[in-house]
Design a protein around this ligand. Structure first.
Ligand code: SF4
Ligand code: SF4
Length: 351
């Protein structure tokens, strides 16, 4: 019999054990995904070779044990699509039993009745999904999977009927901007808030194919999209980034404070866009790994003068060392699209 932890017990133990800020992790459980979105930064490698390299169930559980002992409070399962793993239910149950505040990042395509029942029985803190079209034509042009629109629409209804905490985001691009009003109307008709974003990045392997789908800068601005990117570390941390700039820090976002990333092979990373340096969490210790990465972030400096180093509007910019390395192959250089956008937004938006 599985002993269920009450949140109050977990909370009491956590506060007794940890005087420092709690840790949050994003666990990328797999690169596999039932969709193949044209703009995806991950690339969603749907082949067996990648699946074979992924951590086994027991190893993911070992990581969760280590994170729990290190004081991890929030855990987000992401991918690829975490539900693409055959052992998703087992890992979900284990994370819930540990007492993590659990978020699922999924497109809902792989949702089964069994997973739904489990989530009703033991709900996650939130389910975050992306809906990039309000019509089959647009949705499947982006997802590149025939029949996926019907499945996702049905699964959104199931999740909402079950009163599970769903958040729907929309990534606006040249492929769906014509449908912005319809997507907004659909999301709002479900009683949810419309969350448009428009930040498209190069893939983790440096492939810049997704960048061609970015909105023209004028459309980005005209649609009033502002303030949130997938790592949530840019505008929200304006004051902090200014402080870091004064300290001449290389990383001026909020990384290194409390939020970390783990890839499907058990490597602990700074965040989802910065995969080097990495610390092997399976063979190592969570606190040691976090301390090493935090020191790297704290001590890293620009190696030369670059426009980004002396930039006065860094805090407005959606680029960063991770995204620059993937797109222009140089973590210290500006990314022309984001550079232009930041400059245009600075003129348009009163700070
Ligand atoms: S380095 Fe870039 S991708 Fe990573 S958290 Fe900071 S802003 Fe986000
Ligand atoms: S890309 Fe441009 S706007 Fe962004 S930090 Fe670098 S110089 Fe500033």
């Amino acid at each position: 019999m599985i002993l269920k932890k009450q949140y109050k017990h977990w909370s009491a133990r956590f506060h007794a054990d940890h005087s420092k800020e709690p840790i949050a992790v994003q666990m990328e459980l797999t690169y596999r995904c039932p969709l193949h979105c044209v703009h995806c930064y991950s690339g969603c490698y749907n082949n067996l070779e990648y699946a074979k390299k992924e951590l086994a169930t027991k190893d993911v559980k070992i990581l969760m044990d280590k994170l729990y002992n290190a004081g991890c409070l929030w855990c987000a399962f992401t991918g690829g699509d975490p539900m693409a793993r055959d052992d998703f239910l087992e890992l979900y149950e284990y994370a819930k039993q540990k007492g993590f505040i659990l978020t699922l990042m999924t497109n809902l395509v792989a949702l089964t009745d069994e997973i739904l029942e489990k989530m009703i029985e033991e709900p996650p803190f939130s389910i975050a999904m992306t809906l990039n079209g309000a019509t089959r034509e647009t949705y499947e042009k982006i997802s590149q999977v025939k029949g996926s629109f019907k499945i996702v629409m049905s699964n959104i209804d199931k999740v909402l009927k079950a009163k599970l905490p769903l958040k729907i985001k929309t990534l606006l691009s040249r492929n769906n901007i014509h449908e912005i009003d319809r997507i907004k109307a659909f999301v709002e008709s479900k009683g949810l808030k419309f969350y448009p974003t428009a930040n498209i990045y190069a893939r983790l392997n440096g492939d810049t194919t997704p960048c061609q789908y970015r909105l023209p800068i004028e459309r980005f601005i005209a649609n009033g999209i502002d303030g949130e990117d997938e790592c949530g570390n840019v505008v929200d941390h304006k004051l902090q980034t200014k402080k870091f700039k004064l300290q001449n820090r290389f990383f001026r976002c909020a990384i290194g404070n409390w939020q970390w990333h783990i890839d499907p092979y058990g490597e602990l990373n700074i965040c989802s866009f910065v995969r080097e340096p990495a610390y092997s969490l399976l063979s190592g210790d969570a606190i040691e790994g976090i301390t090493e990465l935090a020191d790297y972030i704290k001590n890293k400096r620009f190696s030369r003068h670059s426009e980004c180093e002396s930039c006065e509007i860094w805090y407005r910019c959606y680029s960063c060392p991770g995204k620059a390395k993937l797109e222009v192959g140089d973590e210290e250089a500006p990314v022309p699209y984001f550079c232009k956008l930041a400059k245009r937004q600075t003129k348009t938006i009163k700070m």
